[in-house]
Every structure is written in C-alpha cells, then in structure tokens.
Design a protein around this ligand. Structure first.
Ligand SMILES: NC(=O)c1ccc[n+]([C@@H]2O[C@H](COP(=O)([O-])OP(=O)(O)OC[C@H]3O[C@@H](n4cnc5c(N)ncnc54)[C@H](O)[C@@H]3O)[C@@H](O)[C@H]2O)c1
Length: 318
C-alpha cells in the first residue's frame, strides 16, 4: 500500500514513518521541512508547499495522512490568517484533490482542542464543541471540510488527538509533558500554571497506534474519533513528571503552582476508537518521561529553537 504523508517530516510523522516502513508500507512525504529532516534515509521527500499541490501530486497513492498546518496555539495566534488557511482550508483542499486523484482514504490529524472550555464531564464525539480561539476553530474547520468529502469511495477519518507527548526523532519541548521534563533537566523545577485544568494526554506511541489502526481499518469506516492515552489534571501531570524524573536521575524537583486562567479544559473518552478501530492506549505520563529520558543524550542544547514550534515559525517570517 502506498501512503502519502502531508507534513510527514514533523513531530508525529517522524515517529510514525519508521513504524509504517516496518510494516511494509511504501511512504512518501510532502513537507517544507520547517523543523529539518529527521526521517529515515531513503524515504521519498518532496520539499514543496502543500498549497502548490495539484491532483497529479496525489495520483498512485492509496491513502493520504494530513499532519501539516500550524500545530499549536502560539503559532495560530502569531499568524491567525495563515492559521485559518493552513488548518482550515488546506486540509479540505488536499482532501478534494486526493479524492479526484482516486485516493481511497484520507486521515486528518485533528485535535481535542476543538472542545474548548468544557464542564467537567467526559466528552465524546457527539458532545458540543465550544472552542473560541484560532487554533481550535481552525482544526474544527479542517475536520468539517475533510469530512464533507466522504462518500462510498472515499473514506475520511479524523483523529481528535489529545496533546501528543513523548519522543520523536523530531523532538518538541513545547508540549506539556515534554516541557515539564525539559524544565526539570534545565532548572530543576516544574511550573504548573493551573493545577485543576483537565487535559487528555496522548503518548506518541499510542498516537502511532491510532494512525496504524485508522490506516488498516475497513474502507467502509469513516468519522471522527477521540484518541488519548488518559485524562489528567495539569497538577497530576506535574506530580507524575516530578516523581519519574526524581526516580530516573539524581535531581530533586521543585513544583511551582500558579493559578493562571486557561481557555482550554476538557477530558475525553476514546470508547468509539476502541470499539470501531480497535485502538487501545498502553502508555502513561510516567512511561512518556521514561521514553523521553532514554534519549536524553541526543538532545544537546535544550534551548535549540527547532524544539519549539513558535520560535522556528517566527524565524520563517511567513
Ligand atoms: N502534537 C500535538 O500535540 C498535536 C495534538 C493534536 C493535533 N495535532 C495535529 O497533528 C498534526 C501534526 O502535528 P505535529 O506535532 O507533528 O506538527 P509539527 O509542527 O511537528 O509538523 C508539521 C509539519 O508540517 C509541515 N508543513 C506545515 N505547513 C506546510 C505547508 N504549507 N506545506 C508543506 N509542509 C508544511 C512542517 O514543515 C512540519 O514538518 C498537526 O496537524 C497538528 O495540528 C498535533
């Protein structure tokens, strides 16, 4: 099977692609390489702006996975106009040309950010979406646009991911668990901005599992699926990171608890992904820290701008 990954050189794609290759899939990537190229040697990479793609670029692929766009709130707020076209219009346009090119399935990397600030209940895919900030709104627009293209010959799966954390060859230290780990290693302290806020956390290895299940699902399956490893309060995450870093190193970690208002608060159920796709999360915050720490000799300077999307994005001058 031939799979095209749009934005496949990013954090998720760089960890997913080796697993696709292990399973014998043929992969190709279209990406502008904003954060460099950390893909295995031999992977076909087309360095091209996805906005410039035409139907011809997608011919011959069985499935397309969308992992591009502006992938966090700071980027979305820094350039809201580009955010709305990259996260809303672009995935819809690419689904449109993929369908014209005869692609059978389109998988969209969506986000639980669409839920916004919720009451303290478990949200499923039928629950209201109340986001009122650029990133969340644009991810919802992208999701609705791509699902509009679904029919009997074109399956569309949107994976509403929790905050993806863990190790990837293209590492990010701007994602909650990874950020706390970095703060432990560099400052010996974790700042918890608001301990009572809920977040679904998705270990990148569970995220990979969700993409594999979506790729392998029967082509009659389409729809939106929440995917997370577990729901935690930010206070719980801080405690678990502290405990695990102290167990793995000789550091004593301080916790600095603040009460800063957040505009996101949600916890989700992934029961639908479990029932329909066979998705089963296996990892916890402790296991994320163990995995990230097992690669600590690779990171070099923790302040490398490539580890922080907003810093690299500002330098691109888009
Ligand atoms: N990482 C998370 O916590 C998380 C959570 C929920 C959803 N998502 C979504 O999953 C997807 C992947 O996330 P990630 O963390 O791997 O992102 P990332 O920022 O690491 O990677 C995005 C990639 O897209 C490429 N790209 C962006 N615009 C492009 C364009 N116009 N043409 C060609 N390439 C372009 C970049 O060069 C980069 O390699 C994103 O759509 C994101 O919104 C991520």
């Amino acid at each position: 099977m031939k799979i095209l990954l749009a934005g496949g050189a990013g954090f998720i794609g760089s960890a997913l692609i080796p697993k696709l290759l292990e399973r014998g899939y043929e992969v190709a990537v279209i990406d502008l390489l904003w954060f460099g190229n950390h893909l295995p040697e031999g992977v076909k990479i087309i360095e091209k702006d996805l906005f410039q793609c035409q139907k011809e670029d997608f011919i011959g692929y069985d499935q397309v996975v969308f992992l591009a766009g502006l992938s966090n709130d700071p980027m979305a707020e820094f350039n809201p106009a580009l955010n709305f076209v990259s996260n809303g219009a672009q995935p819809s346009y690419l689904a449109y040309i993929a369908k014209l090119a005869g692609v059978k399935r389109y998988i969209y990397g969506s986000s639980c950010s669409v839920y916004g600030y919720t009451v303290n209940e478990l949200y499923d895919e039928e629950s209201p979406v109340t986001c009122g900030y650029p990133y969340g709104i644009s991810k919802l627009q992208g999701e609705r646009g791509v699902l509009q293209m679904q029919d009997d010959n074109f399956s569309v799966i949107a994976l509403r991911q929790g905050t993806v954390c863990g190790y990837s060859p293209r590492i990010r230290f701007d994602l909650i668990v990874n950020t706390m780990y970095k703060a432990c290693m560099t400052e010996g302290k974790i700042t918890v901005n608001n301990p009572s806020i809920w977040r679904p956390i998705l270990d990148i290895r569970d995220a990979i599992n969700a993409y594999l299940r979506a790729i392998q699902a029967d082509l009659t399956i389409s729809g939106v699926f929440n995917v997370a490893s577990d729901n935690y309060t930010v206070g719980q995450v801080g405690d678990m990171v502290k405990e695990q870093v102290e167990a793995l190193t000789d550091k004593k970690i301080q916790l600095n608890i603040k009460q800063i208002q957040d505009f996101r608060n949600y916890k989700v159920t992934w029961e639908k992904a479990k029932t329909v796709l066979g998705y089963e999360p296996k990892h916890s915050v402790s296991s994320i820290i163990a995995d990230v720490h097992s690669h600590h000799t690779e990171y070099g300077d923790f302040e490398n701008d490539q580890f922080y999307n907003i810093r690299t994005f500002k330098k691109l001058n888009l």
